[in-house]
Design a protein around this ligand. Sequence first.
Ligand code: NCD
Ligand code: ZN
Length: 352
Amino acid sequence: MQITFTRPDDWHLHLRDDEAMASVVTATAERFARAIVMPNLSPPVTTTEMAMAYRQRILNALPADSAFTPLMTLYMTDLLGHEEIVRARQSGIVQGIKLYPAGATTHSDAGVTDIRKRYPVLETMQKEGLPLLIHAEVADPEVDIFDREQVFIERHLIPLKRDFPALPMVFEHITTKDAVEFVSDCDGRMGATITVQHLMHNRNTLLAGGVRPHYYCLPILKRGTHQAALIEAATSGDPHFFLGTDSAPHPQHAKEAACGCAGCYTAHAAIELYAEVFEQAGALDRLEGFASLYGADFYGLQRNRGTITLEKHSWVAPESYQFGQDRVVPFGAGKTIDWRLAGISRQADRIS
Ligand code: NCD
Ligand code: ZN
């Protein structure tokens, strides 16, 4: 069996930089026409100039005939100013500004310490129509790690939506039923990305019978009732919800450690894994909307014209891949994946 549909985009991706980036970017470029590239390098991508240089490094790492367009983001710090937002908008290459609460996740030390103090720049973003992409977890050490998303909704998202009704916002990598309900009740200026690990797994996979560090990401996997709500949202055909892998490669030794870091590497088989989830939910016909249409519509970008073809053919994910000087263990290493990539049509999808 084969399925062919509009080429998908990945609306939340970590590519890293230099050699490490060069070893993972092809996996994404083979499948997706575009990806929103996260700015949490160290140091973070905080200016349009840095984003342009990073974009060029990504393009340089790809074969000349690659039909892939990186879409860039800036990292919001306490210092990001109005001029930079206007510059970002005018550049045409920056599609959003990413808000990481300081300390919430990997490389977020330079993040925002007080969202209220960023209200003036949010005004400018609203005026410019530049989307705010939100890592929606409080970094408050008093709040239980499993509750950090719900608490963020109450403390920050409800006020943000009230105070900036016209600002496009993406609630990134949602992990709870509460997030699904919040986003469903908002208008079309609120979107949400959903990762494949949050659709395929719950916290039992991470913790029952042993700690499995390759399933540790942030926001952390939640209980099964939340997983069920995410599957329902993703496969519902509701355009608020679209694909964002949050593929976040780390060297094997940094994950398999006494204090392992957060992030799942899913780019090696991202769309294939989503196909598995949609098939199991009896919703393969809704994969195209989620993976290829709603995200582009949200960002006000053209839908892709090329197509992707997947075939039902099982293969086993490798135990690891090269990752710069290191190895990265992919999500589902050594396990069978039901779908495989059969090909893409490259029809004019690269916008340079
Ligand atoms: C991401 C990373 O490694 O950069 N990690 C993760 O667990 N998702 C950061 C992020 O998106 O939170
Ligand atoms: Zn991320």
